[in-house]
Design a protein around this ligand. Structure first.
Ligand SMILES: *Cc1c(COP(=O)(O)O)cnc(C)c1O
Length: 414
C-alpha cells in the first residue's frame, strides 16, 4: 500500500475515495491504488500484481483493456469526445440492446446506473399517475433519494432513509419489503423495482415463483415491474436475467457492462411506457454527456464480442471456481455458501443458504469475510472490499487463474 498517496487522497477527497466501498472500511487497512490493468490483473502503483475479481464491479466482463475495446475508444476519441447531437452509434447500441433483450422495444441511454433507476421511478410514476414505489431490502439501485432505503450494505432500518440528507418525505412513498417474498400491492403502487438476481447483498438468486409472482401482482393492480439489471444485464446470459428466467418486466435498467468501462447506462422498456419520456411525453429526463461517443464505442465493442459461446465459457469458469472454493472451505472446516447464478458467484460465511437481506446481514456481520479478504489480498488476489459484493470472474480469467485462486484460498485459510 502506498501510504503517502493514501494520506494525500484523504486530505483532498472525502474518505480518500470517490465511491465509499473503495475505502476498505469494512475490511480494514488502506486500499491499493491502481496504476494499470490488463486482462484478469491489476497492478498497483508499487508494481504489485493482483488477480482481480472486482473488474470494476462487473463493468469489465472481457477483462481489463481488451485490445478491441481499447482500439474502438482510441478511434472514437480521435473523432471528438462529445457533441451534444445524436450519433449513429447511439442508434446501434439501442438496437443491439433491443435485439438481445426479449420484450424490449425502446432504449434511452444515460451515463450511470443511478440515472437509469432514478428515471425508471419517474417514468413509472408519470405513466401510472401514482406515487408509491416498492423495493426489496438488500437490493441496491444507485444513490437517488427515493431508492436509498434499506439499500444493500449500508442500511438496515425498514422504511427509513438510508442516508443523512435524504428527507423523510423523499422515501415516504418508498415501501421496503423482504426479497423473495411476493408483497401484496395496493392500488397506489406505481412500480415495483427489483434486482431479478440480487447481487448487492452477496448473491441471492430469486426463488422459484418469486419473479412470476411479482409480474402477476403488478398486473393485478396496474403497477409497472422494473428489473434493475445494471449488474445482471449482459452478464448472466445474452439477454440478461429476464430473458434467462422468462419473466418480462415493463422497464429494464442496464449499466456496467454496456458501457465497456466508460460511463454509460440505459433505461429500456415497452414502447408505450418509454413514450412518456420527453420529448415525446411529459416525463423529463436529459443529459449533456448521454450517449457519449467514447462510451458507445466501448459498449458496442464489448457487446459484439459477447455471444452464446462466451457466456457458456464464463459460466463454466464461475461454476468451476465455486466448486473448487467449496472444496477448499470444506477441507478447512469453514462453513461457507457459494451461490452461483450464470456467470456470477457469491461468498457467504454461513452454514445455510441465504434467501434475503436478513440472512445476508447475519452471514456478512461475523467478520469472517474481512479476514479472508485480507489473507487473499496479501497473496495477490483482489476480492471486492466488502462482504455484500459478489465475485466477477471475467472472460480473461483462465482455468489456470481459477485453479490458482483456489490454491491461494487454501493457503489463506490455513
Ligand atoms: C451499480 C448498480 C447501480 C448503480 O449504478 P451506478 O453506475 O453506480 O450509478 C444500480 N443498480 C444496481 C443493481 C447496481 O449494481
Amino acid at each position: 500500500m502506498n501510504t503517502d498517496l493514501w494520506k494525500r487522497a484523504c486530505d483532498v477527497i472525502p474518505g480518500g475515495v470517490n465511491s465509499p466501498v473503495r475505502a476498505f472500511g469494512s475490511v480494514g487497512g488502506a486500499p491499493y491504488f491502481v496504476a494499470r490493468a490488463e486482462g484478469a490483473y491489476v497492478w498497483d502503483v508499487e508494481g504489485r500484481r493482483y488477480l482481480d475479481y472486482v473488474q470494476s464491479y462487473g463493468a469489465s466482463i472481457l477483462g481489463h483493456a481488451h485490445p478491441q475495446v481499447v482500439e474502438a475508444v482510441r478511434r472514437a476519441a480521435a473523432d471528438g469526445m462529445t457533441y451534444g447531437a445524436p450519433t449513429e452509434r447511439e442508434v446501434l447500441l439501442a438496437e443491439t440492446i433491443r435485439d438481445r433483450v426479449e420484450g424490449c422495444d425502446m432504449v434511452r441511454v444515460v451515463s450511470t446506473g443511478t440515472e437509469a433507476t432514478m428515471t425508471a421511478v419517474r417514468v413509472a410514476r408519470g405513466f401510472t399517475g401514482r406515487s408509491r414505489i416498492v423495493k426489496f431490502a438488500g437490493c441496491y439501485h444507485g444513490h437517488s433519494d427515493a431508492l436509498l432505503a434499506a439499500a444493500g450494505s449500508g442500511v438496515a432500518t425498514l422504511g427509513l432513509p438510508g442516508s443523512a440528507g435524504v428527507p423523510a418525505e423523499a422515501v415516504a412513498q418508498t415501501l421496503v419489503v423482504p426479497y423473495n417474498q411476493v408483497p401484496v400491492l395496493g392500488a397506489d403502487v406505481a412500480g415495483v423495482i427489483v434486482e431479478p438476481v440480487a447481487a448487492n447483498m452477496g448473491l441471492v438468486p430469486p426463488q422459484p415463483g418469486f419473479l412470476e409472482g411479482l409480474r402477476a401482482a403488478c398486473d393485478a393492480v396496474g403497477a409497472l415491474l422494473v428489473f434493475d439489471e445494471v449488474i445482471t444485464g449482459f452478464r448472466v446470459g445474452p439477454g440478461g436475467a429476464s430473458t434467462m428466467l422468462g419473466v418480462r418486466p415493463d422497464l429494464w435498467c442496464f449499466g456496467k457492462i454496456i458501457g465497456g468501462g466508460l460511463p454509460l447506462a440505459a433505461l429500456a422498456g415497452r414502447r408505450d411506457v418509454m413514450e412518456v419520456l420527453a420529448p415525446l411525453g411529459p416525463v423529463y429526463q436529459a443529459g449533456t454527456l448521454s450517449g457519449n461517443p467514447l462510451a458507445t464505442a466501448a459498449g458496442l465493442a464489448v457487446l459484439r464480442l459477447l455471444d452464446d459461446a462466451t457466456y457458456t465459457m464464463l459460466a463454466g469458469r464461475a461454476a468451476e471456481l465455486a466448486r473448487l472454493l467449496a472444496e477448499v472451505f470444506a477441507e478447512a472446516g469453514v462453513a461457507a455458501r457459494i451461490p452461483v447464478f450464470g456467470t456470477l458467484l457469491g461468498l457467504f460465511f454461513a452454514d445455510s443458504p441465504v434467501a434475503d437481506y436478513e440472512g445476508a446481514r447475519a452471514a456478512c456481520g461475523n467478520g469472517a469475510y474481512a479476514r479472508f479478504f485480507r489473507a487473499m489480498l496479501e497473496r495477490g488476489v483482489a476480492l471486492a472490499p466488502g462482504p455484500y459484493e459478489v465475485l466477477f470472474p471475467s472472460l480473461a480469467h483462465t482455468r489456470d487463474d481459477i485453479e490458482r485462486t483456489a490454491d491461494l484460498a487454501r493457503a489463506a485459510l490455513a
